[in-house]
Design a protein around this ligand. Sequence first.
Ligand SMILES: CC(C)(COP(=O)(O)OP(=O)(O)OC[C@H]1O[C@@H](n2cnc3c(N)ncnc32)[C@H](O)[C@@H]1OP(=O)(O)O)[C@@H](O)C(=O)NCCC(=O)NCCS
Length: 324
Amino acid sequence: MGTVILGTGSCLPERVVTNHDLAEIVETNDEWIRTRTGIKTRRIAAAGEETYRLAARAAEQALAMAGVAAADLDLIVVGTITSHMLMPSTACFVQKEIGATKAFAFDLNAACPGFLYGLDVADQYVRADPSRKILVIGAETLSTRTNWEDRNTCVLFGDGAGAAVVGGGPQGRGMVGSVLCSDGRLWSLLHMHAPVSNNADLEEPDHPGVHIIMEGREVFKYAVKAMETSISDLLHREGVSLDEIDLFIPHQANIRILNKLVERIGIPLEKVFINVEKYGNTSAASIPIALDEANRGGRLKPGNKLLICSFGGGFTWGASLINW
Ligand SMILES: CC(C)(COP(=O)(O)OP(=O)(O)OC[C@H]1O[C@@H](n2cnc3c(N)ncnc32)[C@H](O)[C@@H]1OP(=O)(O)O)[C@@H](O)C(=O)NCCC(=O)NCCS
């Protein structure tokens, strides 16, 4: 049996924030943001659009497409770095929202590749028991963890959620495999502090606040190289050539990283799914939102070879190959 994606869903906050809107709060302009990042708009959450709520709406769509009842789910995995609370997990909130009473639920912190890591976890559970039904979600409200006075970062990110229902399917279909990597030595280049400690002994001097801190240029270099290596390792291991790939969905971080990666691996642009101009970088939600748009937009046909890859804080990165 294979581990197949039975349904996809996504949910974006209503509010659209343009580059011109951002130019009113920091020293920036539409032209700079568009040429450096390709981003034109992003969605920013309002009251009632907490991470778990976006995640639950995306999940309901995925379940409806899959024809799976929430009560029949065995596991819910949510990739997120912007959970509504530190405890319980976003996954437990989603469980409550959708009524997945039988499932166990946990969050997974792998930054932007959170959905990829989650898909791999689901793949292992389904391989062990193909009757299992698993909900994998990537959901973020990065607006809650953005320093809105830092023009280097606040123009890059957005909020949203995407989901996939995963279960057993015919042999030869579904997940082929993944290459997942981390390098904690490089943590400082892209990180977010925890809330201030209540234990005076463990207090950090000069706590900068709970928001994303990034060395943009260094991240750019590592991201391109790391994603390129994981893709070539994966394709080599699985004996698949790049020409055989029908659709490539990279992490939607910014258009310059995407263009550089596409140029380095040498895949035609028409096979690459790009929506970064609409949503910015939504971290763990980026791949499943794009996957859902590609799926509902008819870009994926049964038997297609789908390649996905991502990179984020940790550093964490990886690539997955799926026979759709
Ligand atoms: C962030 C990024 C777009 C910045 O582009 P860059 O070409 O590297 O720009 P630099 O950081 O060198 O900054 C160039 C200048 O633009 C300025 N600048 C930065 N943000 C700006 C903004 N929003 N508007 C206007 N100017 C800005 C800088 O202050 C700097 O000015 P200075 O030369 O006077 O110091 C780029 O480094 C990048 O894409 N990095 C990867 C980020 C990412 O995707 N991270 C998430 C990965 S999961």
